[in-house]
Design a protein around this ligand. Structure first.
Ligand code: G4P
Length: 531
């Protein structure tokens, strides 16, 4: 086997998804701790606190460097290299959050056992489901009074539309959380609170009929045993193929803050999550172990110094071996690039990177030569598909305070649009530009950056629209002619996006349904792939 193939097989690249407060930061930190990437707990948390302590924009600006570093984390565990990608939440929610999911091979879903599946998790899951991404489920906070595990299992199954396979099962909860029964090893791991353990040294009680378990944990154990029998009778056996196809999810219970159940998550990632696989490009399918480097830009983040318009392009390697200083081609523009200051994200320190393999994420600082969706190669003309744009969920109109600066506004918005900071729509009739986002904060960032980087004071105002859908028409349904008919008939509510793709904008979901019913030959899309 080639060196590249060996390295690829060691890679696990995954995103961690959850609703705010489910324990994502805590778990991330514990994963880093258990893998030895950090020595003391607290650093990830401190960053998070710094980020959320203030909503003042200048402050957040200062924190940008931090969010670059904490958005990708690399660690080694057993013989694997794990790349963990954060999916920002709260008010940070943006299209980047969605797009991160296109750069991973698996996802780890963290659920607060008290709250079950919450809205943000649901949104992210839809994207995972659309891509058949394998999902591991960690049910956190079992040391609290939470929902019954059977109810949780039902809920997750319903929400995910996937079969849930419990790997562990909780014994008790809250103040009487006793531990988890591991169905694969047929033993109970006994819970003790605190953050000192690194897993593996918990007390284990073998078997479901162990008299000591009954003696010590009484009705909690009896109940868990009953539930386990029920689960064994009703649920399907784990099937790795089903998991890899995104149809089954293994479920593990634990308490991240107490370091309980964390090692099992790492082990499951290494044992179950797939190494990087083939990636489709327009011209051909690219295999990860191919000797030549290829990659795709899935996220652009503005860097610290606004005066320099410095950006970091996050590139997911699709194949081959990247070495610092090598010449790479930006296929879209045909330009060559010889990045010397490529950053890696080893244990959250941004450090200079010497090499990377398929599955890894590298950061390339640049001044705008790299755009979202760009394919990078060693020379081959290749365009990866599948970098999606998501229909905005919030739509605003934008006006410039000083009409003499209209040109600057357009220029600024074009660049911010290329970065993926916001989507810009030009109505086919009318001149007021519309901005689309999936998170409220995106508008604030854009207004701030327009002012500070482009010298434009913009007024961002409400718009009558709440729903956007890209529209297309297949050749057999009338193609361009039918599409033009649709656009003409709806010119008061059709706009063109950054690549001139026509988009329908309406006030309500009900209106959309009515339009869909009236125009059966037109297709309405909530997602558009990079042109
Ligand atoms: P997030 O990144 O998903 O938003 O969540 P985060 O890890 O920040 O956790 C949210 C809160 O839940 C934190 O409490 C954290 O300590 C707590 N938490 C995480 N895992 C567990 C668990 O297993 N059991 C219990 N009981 N709590 C857990 P906080 O009050 O917001 O912060 P802190 O001041 O306690 O650190």
């Amino acid at each position: 086997m080639s060196e590249i193939a060996k390295q690829v097989r060691r890679r696990r690249t995954f995103a961690i998804i959850s609703h705010p407060d489910a324990g994502k930061t805590t778990l991330t930190e514990k994963l880093l701790l258990f893998s030895g990437a950090i020595n003391i707990a607290g650093s990830v948390k401190a960053r998070k606190a710094a980020r959320h302590a203030t909503s003042d924009w200048m402050e957040i600006e200062k924190q940008r460097g931090i969010s670059v570093a904490s958005s990708v984390m690399q660690m080694e565990y057993r013989d694997c290299v794990i790349n963990l990608l954060d999916t920002p939440g709260h008010q940070d929610f943006s299209e980047d959050t969605y797009r991160v999911l296109t750069a991973v091979d698996a996802a780890l879903m963290v659920i607060d056992a008290g709250n079950g599946v919450e809205p943000q998790t649901r949104r992210l899951l839809q994207v995972c489901r659309a891509r058949n991404t394998p999902i591991l489920t960690f049910v956190n906070k079992m040391d609290r009074e939470v929902q019954s595990p059977l109810d949780l299992m039902d809920e997750i199954e319903r929400e995910l539309g996937m079969t849930v396979v419990p790997f562990t099962w909780p014994v008790g909860m809250g103040k009487t959380f006793r531990g988890v029964f591991d169905r694969r090893t047929d033993q109970m791991r006994v819970f003790s609170a605190g953050e000192d353990r690194r897993g593996g040294e918990e007390e284990a009680l073998i078997g479901l009929d162990n008299p000591e378990s009954v003696k010590r944990f009484g009705s909690d154990f009896e109940q868990a045993k009953e539930e386990l029998e029920l689960v064994a009778g009703a649920s399907t056996a784990f099937d790795k193929e089903e998991f890899l196809a995104g149809r089954q999810t293994p479920m593990l219970f634990g308490s991240a803050v107490n370091n309980f159940g964390v090692r099992e998550v790492l082990d499951a990632l290494v044992d179950l999550a797939p190494p990087p696989g083939d990636r489709p490009a327009m011209q051909r399918v690219v295999k990860p172990e191919e000797p030549k480097f290829t990659g795709v830009v899935f996220k652009i983040q503005a860097n610290m110094d606004p005066a320099h318009r410095d950006r970091i392009a996050f590139v997911r390697l699709a194949s081959g071996h990247f070495q610092r200083g090598m010449k790479i081609k930006v296929v879209r523009s045909g330009k060559d690039l010889r990045p010397n200051t490529v950053v890696s994200f080893l244990s959250q320190r941004r450090e200079l990177l010497d090499e990377a393999f398929a599955g890894d994420i590298i950061g390339i600082p640049n001044h705008g030569v790299l755009q979202l969706g760009d394919t990078l190669t060693e020379g081959e003309n290749l365009q990866f598909t599948g970098l999606p744009f998501f229909a905005p969920e919030i739509i605003r109109s934008v006006e410039v305070a000083d009409p003499l600066r209209t040109k600057q506004l357009r220029a600024g918005l074009t660049q911010l649009g290329e970065e993926g900071a916001i989507q810009v729509f030009r109505p086919v009739a009318g001149s007021v530009l519309l901005l689309g986002a999936v998170g409220q904060l995106q508008f604030e960032v854009v207004a701030h950056r327009l002012e500070h980087e482009y010298g434009v004071k913009a007024r961002i105002m409400g718009s009558p629209y709440q729903v956007a859908r890209w529209v297309t028409c297949a050749p057999e349904d009338g193609g361009e002619i039918e599409l033009k008919k649709f656009i003409d008939a709806n010119s008061h509510r059709v706009a063109l996006d950054a690549v001139d793709a026509p988009t329908l904008l309406v006030d309500h979901a009900a209106t959309l349904r009515a339009v869909e019913a009236n125009w059966p030959k037109i297709k309405f899309h909530a997602m558009r792939e990079h042109a």
